[in-house]
Design a protein around this ligand. Structure first.
Ligand code: HSE
Length: 425
């Protein structure tokens, strides 16, 4: 697309929509007009001219003068209707809606191809960090070993405030909401849904795999208690909510979101508050680390503006890894090293470990550290959540995938100091 003046139809004028409006107005190098803004709530005061506002989505979708549709609403189902309709009407689209994307990636790739238009969504993954274009353009030909990091600003803000300033969970969440980092319904921020959607999008751009988010285990931070924080502190670690997208042997990929204990020499230890950090481990280039604001009005608005500007130069994702004929497949057949805080011994009968390295029991605090099948955590996710148990990865080491999980699981205690040392490494 090359035009002197681009016309944008914007859906949503909340935190990110207003951020985009601000960064566009203050952009030095790039000019575009927001010609219409479609919003839902007729009673909210809007800090823009009334003439810009519409309550009818077709005023944007049917307007032939609008070149780019920017979708920044918080309702994924409605966003799906808007984005797919816009693509069918041969408009380029920018969205920051990770849920919509994660649920419909295959269809959205096909629609772009069919109608010869582009859909960009850098702002959907880790706010202002340009991770998708980095994967698409820099790592397009290099096999990736792993992408991990902090993908959710709200949960990281809560964890930071709890660990560094001893602020209570509910107060920290309220602050994150006030600052515009959280979703309208913050449950997806704290239960790991939001990070899982982002991990699914990353799995596409890093490995070419389309994975349904329902197949990805996400254990969040809402069950975190002060004993868990004490355990982490004692080991010199901080708890962070980390998605992991990792290539295993036999070209299978595992993806999950689980809190993790990170030690002080880890890239992510110092990534605090709403900041996100992404580690990309390339087969030849090794580890690279990107850090930036992962949530908030202006940083996400800046990512959206960058996509609009990229569209004006004719840019589109080529999904090169998706098109490369590498027979990769998704798997949950993997073993992890985890810490589990439990209530009674009955919990351990339900949540069976393959091996136990460390065990502690007292009147009001019990935990084990050991090796467990990811499939066991998936099967017991609801039990873990309902009974307020807490799980954290000790490290992101995964045992090679075992396509046949052991039929008889062992329960053995190991107090070997070498293994204990490995736990905090
Ligand atoms: N609620 C999200 C977060 C916003 O906290 O990371 C950015 O996707």
């Amino acid at each position: 697309m090359s035009k002197n003046s681009l016309n944008i139809g914007l859906f949503g004028f909340g935190c990110v929509g207003q951020g985009l409006y601000h960064v566009l107005k203050n952009s030095t190098g790039f000019k575009a007009n927001i010609t219409k803004i479609a919003v839902k709530n007729r009673n909210k005061p809007r800090a823009v001219s009334k003439d810009l506002i519409t309550y009818n989505k077709w005023e944007i979708l049917d307007d032939p003068a609008i070149d780019i549709v920017v979708e920044l609403i918080d309702d994924a189902a409605e966003a799906y209707l808007i984005v797919t309709e816009a693509l069918r009407k041969r408009k380029h689209v920018v969205t920051a809606n990770k849920k919509l994307l994660a649920l419909h990636l295959e269809e959205l790739i096909a629609l772009q191809k069919e109608h010869g238009v582009s859909l960009l969504y850098e702002g959907a993954v880790c706010g202002s960090i340009p991770i998708l274009r980095t994967l698409e353009e820099y790592f397009d030909n290099e096999p990736i070993k792993k992408v991990s990091g902090i993908f959710n600003g709200t949960s990281n803000y809560i964890l930071s405030k709890m660990q560094s300033e001893r602020i209570a969970y509910t107060s920290a969440l309220a602050e994150a909401q006030e600052k515009g980092f959280a979703e309208s319904d913050p449950s997806g921020d704290v239960n790991g849904d939001d990070a899982a959607y982002k991990a699914v999008i990353i799995a596409l751009h890093a490995f070419g795999l389309v994975i349904g988010p329902q197949a990805v285990l996400n254990l969040g931070i809402s069950n975190l208690q002060k004993d868990d924080l004490g355990y982490a502190r004692e080991k010199g670690c901080r708890i962070k909510l980390l998605p992991l997208v990792k290539r295993l042997h036999q070209n299978s990929i595992c993806v999950f979101v689980i809190p993790q204990l990170v030690s002080s020499d880890h890239h992510l230890f110092q990534v605090e508050n709403e900041f996100n950090g992404v580690i990309v481990d390339g087969e030849f280039s090794g580890e690279q680390f990107l850090q930036g604001r992962g949530a908030g009005s202006y940083p996400t608005g800046a990512a959206v503006l960058s996509d609009i500007s990229a569209l004006s130069h004719g840019y589109g994702y080529e999904y090169k890894k998706h098109r490369q004929a590498r027979p990769l497949s998704f798997t949950n057949a993997v073993f992890l090293n985890v810490y589990l805080r439990y209530n009674t011994i009955l919990d351990l009968e339900k949540i069976e470990f393959d091996e136990i390295y460390e065990k502690y029991e007292s009147a009001d605090y019990n935990y084990v550290v050991g090796k467990i099948a990811l499939t066991t955590l998936i099967a017991e996710k609801e039990f873990i959540f309902q009974n307020r148990l807490f799980v954290a990865l000790i490290n992101d080491e995964t045992d090679p995938p075992t396509h046949e999980l052991p039929r008889q699981k062992k329960q053995k205690t190991n107090s070997n100091p070498e293994l204990r040392k490995k736990i905090t490494a």
